[in-house]
Design a protein around this ligand. Sequence first.
Ligand SMILES: C[S@@+](CC[C@H](N)C(=O)[O-])C[C@H]1O[C@@H](n2cnc3c(N)ncnc32)[C@H](O)[C@@H]1O
Length: 341
Amino acid sequence: MHYFLAKNTDWIEALKLEIIQTLGCSKDQVKTFPQLPLLAIDDSFDITNKYMGFSTTALLNSKEIPEDSISNQAKAISSAIVEKLGAGTKINLDIFSMTNKYGIIETGRAEIIKDKVIKNLKANKIFPLRKKKDFGLPFVQAMVHAGRDVALSILDASEVQTNRTLLSPFVGGFNNVEDDKKAPSRAFKKIIEAQTIMGLTSSLEETLVDLGASPGGWSYVGRKQGAKVIALDRSPLREDLMADSKVEFMKADAFKFVTDNKIDWVVSDIICLPPRIIELIQTWVVAKKCRRFIFTIKFQGKEDYPILSEFKELAATLDFNVIIKQLNANKNEVTIMGWEK
Ligand SMILES: C[S@@+](CC[C@H](N)C(=O)[O-])C[C@H]1O[C@@H](n2cnc3c(N)ncnc32)[C@H](O)[C@@H]1O
């Protein structure tokens, strides 16, 4: 099975339509799970290099490990990992439960299984990374669901590359960026989450162009990371950002702005119809005027969702690694982000 996780159950309908549209399957071929933000399809459907905007993460080519004792399930998971990946490797390893009451949790049964799996793997010199994900390494996810069944997805390093857009650095795709009371708006969480997914942050020597920047959440993050910011909006940013010598504010139409030189980061949180974001991709990404980009695609209603397929078609033609994903911090939005290959 291929499992796709959504941000929460509010997005299941949108994700289901997207799966049907992207993979050409019928409604009946998409398996649903009552009250869980989870859908599944048979793994005979080819998901290689496919984008799934409303999916926060996916467990691809999963095998089911039926309800059993914790030790037996841990043994079955460990053996499957050794069999597929061989001994002597580092891996990304997430083991979590999907619950309707608490969402994604890593405690209880999932935690005990994980401890046992780590012990079993040690004997084969397979070592799970402790902190950050490394998308250059195999990716193992085990999800306890539907009672005590476990869905186990093991991707080797090359499968991780071809399915990078469907995977997440966050366990079960769930993330809650820590609050920052000094940020001028809650929107600052979007750029942090997107950068974490990309595995990149802006830095001292870099310039970040922030389109539709006011009141300045994204510019604030860029400045905290040390970058120089060029911010465009019709309204000013918060006073401290306006006074910052490393912030150049331009009261202008963000769609009319281009630069002669290549910019490190171009980001946009402009409130506009989705086709205007396609224009931004043409201006900055197709024309290779930026090295990295993050653009939110804002929907007015459900009728806008099919336009995602235009973004996907365009993404496939770019010389960029592209991820299209609904962020935990997104509302009725999906974010498209990318970095030069
Ligand atoms: C959601 S807010 C941006 C929030 C910002 N990212 C933050 O973190 O504080 C969207 C902004 O887009 C601006 N905007 C909309 N159309 C624009 C345009 N054509 N040119 C420049 N700014 C525009 C609005 O004025 C508004 O401030």
